[in-house]
Write a protein that binds this ligand. Structure first.
Ligand SMILES: [Zn+2]
Ligand SMILES: [Zn+2]
Length: 201
């Protein structure tokens, strides 16, 4: 593998790239699905069963996409992921059409559940960061590290033993390890020589 390919492989996708990739999957899928309906209008009458057209086109296209996808490596890997997503979606929808042919409500509900699930996953991933968890624990007066010990007025968590506050070097007041300024005298905590967030375990 060439050096720049290795770099591209390691580089994490930005959010914009992920959104574009998902959009590409959706557009490719919609284009295929709509084209199938157009074709159905044209030649549907000649077919013994209209489903033949959907299976006959979407399953081979899905198979080819899924087979080609892993060959795209390095810089082009994201297109491989798009192809894989497209192929899987096509496969799921054509097989799903067969299984849920007379149950469109079930298909719609399942699609809704999948969409909602994906939405939750995205929001969890976006908002469930260690920093946010720590902040929410602090706002409840709990230890930011373990979330169990009550830390109001104390310097060490009674549950996990980690340092949760320092003494202000200027006025001696208690300053939380996540505070930026002493709440009593306003001294910036960065200037205190006590352990900071990043250095504490
Ligand atoms: Zn704790
Ligand atoms: Zn102070």
């Amino acid at each position: 593998m060439r050096a720049e390919e290795e770099i591209a492989e390691e580089r994490e996708l930005s959010r914009a790239e992920k959104i574009l990739a998902v959009a590409m999957v959706a557009f490719l899928f919609l284009a295929t699905w709509e084209a199938l309906f157009i074709a159905l209008d044209e030649i549907g009458g000649m077919l013994p069963d209209e489903r033949v057209l959907f299976y006959g086109v979407s399953i081979p296209v899905a198979m080819v996409s899924i087979l080609v996808a892993p060959r795209l490596r390095g810089f082009k890997k994201i297109y491989g992921n798009v192809l894989m997503g497209y192929g899987l979606l096509l496969l799921i929808c054509s097989v799903g059409m067969f299984i849920l042919d007379c149950l469109p409500e079930v298909a719609a509900a399942l699609a809704g559940a999948t969409g909602s699930g994906a939405g939750i996953w995205y929001l969890r991933k976006k908002y469930y960061t260690p920093e946010r968890v720590m902040r929410s624990r602090l706002s409840k007066g709990l230890c930011p590290f373990c979330g169990r010990g009550k830390i109001e007025g104390v310097f060490f968590c009674p549950e996990c033993g980690r340092r949760v506050a320092l003494k202000c070097e200027r006025c001696g007041a208690r300053v939380g390890v996540f505070d930026k300024f002493c709440p009593m005298c306003g001294a910036p905590v960065e200037s205190l020589s006590a352990p900071r967030l990043r250095r504490s375990p």
